[in-house]
Design a protein around this ligand. Sequence first.
Ligand code: PBG
Length: 313
Amino acid sequence: MRALVQENVLSAADLILPLFVKDGHNSRDPISSMPGVERLSIDLVVVAAQEAFDLGIPAVCLFPYTLDHLRTLDCAEAWNPDNLSNRAVRAIKAAVPGLLVMTDVALDPYNALGHDGLVQEGIILNDETVAALVKMALAQAAAGADILGPSDMMDGRIGAIRAALEEHGFKDVAILSYSAKYASGFYGPFRDAVGASGALVGDKKTYQMNPANADEALRLVERDLAEGADMVMVKPGLAYLDICYRVKQAFGAPTFAYQVSGEYAMIEGAARNGWIDGDKVMMESLMAFKRAGCDGILTYFALRAARLLQHKD
Ligand code: PBG
């Protein structure tokens, strides 16, 4: 009877698996602030991608761990056709063509100052950054990315990327915009994972949102949809379920939440200490996103949740 009247369903098809890519071969590094998550060399990323596909997860999202000497002020490695992320895209698409590959459009993995945008005398240069992001997006599309995820929060980047994709014949590449991305403490472990913690000078408050604001999130989503975003995202997830709910109610667009690194770390850390039942809290938190109206969730739990869902069938 309980199953018969259940309102929301979580399935592997709702999940996107973020993967951290590093150089090397057959090499994996643990990330201490994200127990259970590792940086993987491209050959191992391909194995993880195949496992995700076999479990019914439709997409993976790549984040590169860039070598120090490739982090510069001009961020030129971001649009190198053979950078780590683009090589990983090609490898995954060759091995698992049915799996969607999403990429991150932001300069922080390549920026000596750790920011998502170009910096001049402590100021983020919005329009110059947008021009750089367009180059980066085109290189990712050329590598075979199916979904571009601009996570930088510059103004006008969705319209500029969409126009460039059209102009260069990438008609089928989708944009999942990080539309409502907050300046959050929950990103800490991610910055360790991509090696940006040490680099970041200052904070990201001039381009990421104030956690006190909600109406602004609706304006940003509306703008990104008008500029050509196919899907939108709220980030972080659990602390912003009200935003997820309002965005879905207001626009009915494909809406995603990013259950970010700090959320993963809190659940996993408590579970490893025996303080909570990790699997139970993982599934409960993922269902909360569905209940709030999200169509899908980016989560480091994707493989584990999909395995658990499979065993329940
Ligand atoms: C940066 C980016 C961040 C995340 C994804 N892309 C961190 C930041 O904005 O500093 C965070 C993801 C996570 O915490 O899991 N472009």
